[in-house]
Design a protein around this ligand. Structure first.
Ligand SMILES: [Zn+2]
Length: 179
């Protein structure tokens, strides 16, 4: 975490030509897609970007992002704090046609003249989110104590309409009438 905000916009090709490096914070409130999936995230993400050109004159952005977010544990449904840390080497390209020419080790970043760095940081973090966030084994809240047996009943009630729908969709074989 730093005390400076990461700039919002960058001309990454220019930055790469000049070898510019920046670091700074991005508030989670500036990353709406991330904010939508985290239970809370008061602390900002901290990002560093190092822009440079490789020997093939490609525009490269080495980006590291770090943030601590609270997600809903999928085992006990209470909050678990997770640190997300990402590290990527992005190659700035104009369009999808250029992607297949990239050597391994680079991830493509399709960008026009100006890039939104906050969106870039958000994208990195979304990719780093675990598919099924969970506490470490043994760290979960006691499910039965926290929610009681009623939790199981609610789950069953939620499932039954779908089961009924499934039955509805399966039943008629009206197509067989033609002939
Ligand atoms: Zn848990």
């Amino acid at each position: 975490m730093s005390n400076t905000a990461l700039p919002r916009e960058a001309e990454l090709r220019t930055w790469a030509s000049r070898g510019i490096e920046v670091e700074g914070d991005v508030l989670v409130t500036r990353m709406p897609r991330l904010q939508a999936v985290v239970a809370s995230g008061e602390k900002p993400a901290y990002a560093t970007l190092r822009c440079w050109k490789d020997e093939q004159h490609r525009y490269i952005v080495d980006v590291k992002v770090q943030v601590t977010v609270a997600l809903e544990c999928q085992r006990c449904l209470s909050q678990c704090e997770l640190e997300l840390a990402t590290q990527s080497s992005l190659c700035v390209v104009w369009n999808e046609d250029s992607i297949k020419e990239l050597p391994s080790g680079y991830d493509p970043l399709i960008a026009g003249d100006v890039s939104d760095l906050h969106a870039l940081v958000e994208e990195e973090l979304l990719l780093a989110l675990p598919a099924v966030p969970m506490h470490d084994v043994g760290d979960c809240e006691d499910v039965s104590r926290a929610f009681g047996d009623s939790t199981m009943e609610v789950v069953e009630e939620k499932e039954s309409p779908f089961a009924a729908l499934g039955a509805l969709l399966k039943t008629p074989d009206a197509e067989d009438d033609k002939g």
